[in-house]
Design a protein around this ligand. Structure first.
Ligand code: MN
Length: 231
């Protein structure tokens, strides 16, 4: 029955490696400062408890290996990349214990938590919300999701990002301050997780400013790479 006052927006969905079915996105959660070296480059000790922010599902942009264009956002002079391992939740719940957390994971992908750093910094300074720095259009590029059953222990994976062929960010997932099961435990105390939630788990050091024409190549061992050019 057509009882909407206008057509509802399309479901945001991410391709799944090895399947024609797509992963429908519910929410996008991000973990702040979750690698010690990045926390330090942002001026913190790296020992704070985990904290989270949320981006709308419609900030997700699917980026595959085919050099998907990524539009340079408005209002910023300091548009930055943050390469992150993304956890895709397949089974929801609240108060999920770390011991059971991985059974809630559908799969994993490479993602970018794009940031208008100048606006984020100004909002931090003024004690205002980060939305304008983090939750803008096209702010959450993601590669295809690989089902968890097809990957090994993600903690042993390497994560890196090249810009124009130069390595800018590089780490091992086991260097996360808060590991994936602990992130899910903490998050699910604050929100009821649902199938379709994406969790951007935090970025290593080396975030830097991008220009139009820059080519980004993100990688996590065992997952499909993402390649994109800023336009
Ligand atoms: Mn981030």
């Amino acid at each position: 029955m057509n009882d909407f006052v206008f057509a509802p927006p399309p479901v945001v969905a991410v391709p799944v490696v090895g399947s024609s079915a797509r992963f429908p996105v519910h929410r996008v959660y991000c973990v702040g400062r979750n690698y010690e070296d990045h926390a330090k480059e942002m001026g913190f000790t790296g020992r704070e408890p985990p904290f989270f922010f949320v981006k709308p599902a419609n900030t997700v942009v699917v980026v595959d290996r085919d050099n998907t264009p990524l539009p340079y956002p408005t209002l910023t002079q300091d548009y930055q990349h943050e390469v992150e391992l993304v956890v895709a939740i397949g089974q929801g719940g609240s108060n999920i214990s770390a011991a059971h957390a991985l059974s809630h994971v559908y799969g994993y992908a490479v993602g970018l938590d794009m940031t208008r750093r100048d606006l984020q910094t100004e909002m931090k300074k003024q004690g205002r919300p980060w939305c304008i720095g983090k939750a803008f259009d096209h702010a959450s590029p993601i590669g295809p999701i690989t089902p968890a059953a097809q990957v090994g222990d993600m903690a042993q994976a390497s994560i890196w990002l090249d810009v124009n062929g130069q390595r800018r960010q590089s780490a091992q997932v086991h260097q996360l301050i808060w590991a994936i099961p602990e992130i899910i435990e903490h998050l699910s105390k604050a929100w009821t997780l649902q199938a379709g939630d994406l969790i951007y788990t935090g970025t290593p050091a080396g975030v830097s400013k991008l220009q139009r024409g820059d080519r980004l190549h993100g990688h996590v061992d065992g997952l499909q790479d993402m390649v994109s050019t800023v336009v």
